[in-house]
Write a protein of this length. Structure first.
Length: 247
């Protein structure tokens, strides 16, 4: 589908305005909404292109700046280099866990009130964004969630204090979840994936699990780790889930 011009909204949150980019089809009508969370580098070119992909399949997509209260200004994009990774990882454990959750609720409310959204809501994220999408799945109005190589779930190290409760709250997920992993990803080793898999089973979550022979960041269309064929496959799984549960 052809897209409308990208817009942004500075959404009110308890820690200040959160710049959120909104992408949607140009054609009149109403569509399901998806909150799409970035990597630690915020809203980079590769993240925007994935958001465009989702919107082009018939969704209103909201992409928040996940570290809005820490950067001090809107529009900050961290570089895909060691300095950018260090800054993003520092932000990841500086921000309060409650602030991540408040941001999720604010983004969902933005979509629910958007005139182009029909009220059916989902979430998707990559890397830290996969973890944030996972926590967004705890919200009762989220019907479908896709998490790409979600970091820190098995280690419980998201947020200030590095002691998050995500893995203990899987029972709060009322929608369907798709988890995608790369077997060669050092950030989520086999034992970590097995811990998450067992916790999903124990909680009785409705979920799908997909592992590929890919490295961390294999869906990011910049850099040596990008695998275009794997990205095509797993993005297809994501849209299949959203089409089935949100339409």
């Amino acid at each position: 589908m052809i897209l409308a011009p990208e817009q942004y909204v500075d959404v009110a949150t308890p820690t200040g305005p959160m710049r959120t980019y909104v992408l949607r089809p140009l054609a009149e009508g109403t569509y399901p909404g998806i909150v799409f969370y970035s990597e630690i580098f915020q809203v980079t070119g590769p993240i925007r292109r994935v958001a465009q992909y989702l919107a082009g399949h018939g969704y209103v997509v909201a992409v928040p700046e996940i570290f809005h209260e820490l950067e001090g200004e809107h529009g900050v994009v961290l570089e895909y280099d060691q300095a950018g990774a260090d800054r993003g990882n520092d932000h990841k454990i500086t921000k309060e866990l409650s602030s991540y959750d408040a941001d999720a609720r604010a983004a969902l409310d933005l979509l629910a009130a958007h005139p182009a959204c029909n009220g059916a809501l989902g979430a998707m994220g990559i890397c830290i964004g996969g973890h944030l999408a996972w926590r967004t799945a705890f919200q009762p109005d989220v019907k479908a969630t896709v998490c790409f190589y979600a970091t820190d779930v098995h280690s419980r190290t998201l947020g200030k204090g590095t002691n998050d409760d995500t893995i203990t709250r899987f029972g709060d997920i009322s929608g369907e979840l798709l988890a995608v992993w790369g077997r060669q990803d050092p950030h989520i080793p086999r034992e970590g994936r097995e811990l998450i898999h067992a916790a999903l089973d124990d909680a009785g979550v409705e979920y799908s699990w997909h592992e590929v022979n890919g490295q961390h960041a294999f869906v990011r269309d910049e850099g040596a780790r990008y695998d275009a064929e794997l990205a095509r496959q797993v993005f297809g799984l994501a849209t299949d889930l959203f089409h089935r549960r949100l339409r």
